[in-house]
Design a protein around this ligand. Sequence first.
Ligand SMILES: *[C@@H]1O[C@H](CO)[C@@H](O)[C@H](O)[C@H]1NC(C)=O
Ligand SMILES: *[C@@H]1O[C@H](CO)[C@@H](O)[C@H](O)[C@H]1NC(C)=O
Ligand SMILES: *[C@@H]1O[C@H](CO)[C@@H](O)[C@H](O)[C@H]1NC(C)=O
Ligand SMILES: *[C@@H]1O[C@H](CO)[C@@H](O)[C@H](O)[C@H]1NC(C)=O
Length: 292
Amino acid sequence: MKSLVIVCLLEVVFGWWSTGHMLVAQIAQNVLQQENPEVLSIANQILSPLYGPLTHGISSSFVESAVWCDDIKSYNFDVYNNWHFIDKPYNYDGFANATTSGEDILFALSNSIWTLQSQNYSVAILETSIALRYVLHFMGDYHQPLHVTNFWSRNFTQGDEGGNLFPITFDNQINELHALWDSCMGVWADDLPRPLNSDGWYNLNMWAEWCTGNNTKQDLASELAIKELSLWQYDTYRIAIDYAYYGIKPNEKPSEEYLKRGWKIVLKQLALGGYRLANLLISLFGQTSALS
Ligand SMILES: *[C@@H]1O[C@H](CO)[C@@H](O)[C@H](O)[C@H]1NC(C)=O
Ligand SMILES: *[C@@H]1O[C@H](CO)[C@@H](O)[C@H](O)[C@H]1NC(C)=O
Ligand SMILES: *[C@@H]1O[C@H](CO)[C@@H](O)[C@H](O)[C@H]1NC(C)=O
Ligand SMILES: *[C@@H]1O[C@H](CO)[C@@H](O)[C@H](O)[C@H]1NC(C)=O
């Protein structure tokens, strides 16, 4: 029992901290406003029953709804924590027992999409609203390299839990690799106060442009041509190996070079997650006429 509790505590890992999640949703929203405002309006209709007090007044917009799945953890609602990641082994030293668990982000994202595909919004207002919140959230986590990877090596004979057990020297707030990536190389470590005020919205919009400026839809055309959820995962996993785990050793301070390369990847992954989220919502709701 004791060891179970410890395992559960260790598994409490947040995805991109709140700014990263809101950026993915903001980027998707910007695309939808341009390309398919009707789909955005349907998404808002589905989300809106949980706006206000049911989500503590901090999740009353499409963008802020992307953080709800992490918000619930502060009320010890931890039953779904394992849905936020997949421990695909990066098995450096060939440990025989490195495996994935099954009830992971691929399972949870596909299931949430399935709920939305069944289109029973009018008879399942709560379920549909929750499912869409999960989709907004997981589309962020699925593009965070250390949410799809678990590094096994002689240093981590039980895996490093997506960098959570990989100590680094950085600052007072960030002392392991997972947090460095969740906080977007430390740049967005401080959460914007929610509900977002006008400064918050202003910053979020500006930062969304930082992400998309050098990562337009054309720039990412080849990534956007890939439609399968499982293949998105392999892309993100490859990035973990080539960037997150490359050029850094346990207990080191990340080099300028590492942070610079990582920052570029972060901007690209947030943009890609946002574009794919927009495309996904268009595929889900593009044929739906206004909900009654
Ligand atoms: C996995 O293998 C390592 C190294 O052989 C061992 O120390 C560890 O106890 C094993 N873990 C499990 C869960 O079997
Ligand atoms: C929900 O949607 C599915 C697929 O569209 C349908 O088969 C099912 O009957 C619906 N459930 C209810 C309770 O209407
Ligand atoms: C794009 O990249 C160039 C070169 O790295 C940089 O100078 C510029 O500020 C970037 N533009 C945006 C919009 O991020
Ligand atoms: C394990 O950690 C040591 C000390 O930080 C480091 O020198 C070594 O390269 C690490 N091994 C791997 C496979 O990362």
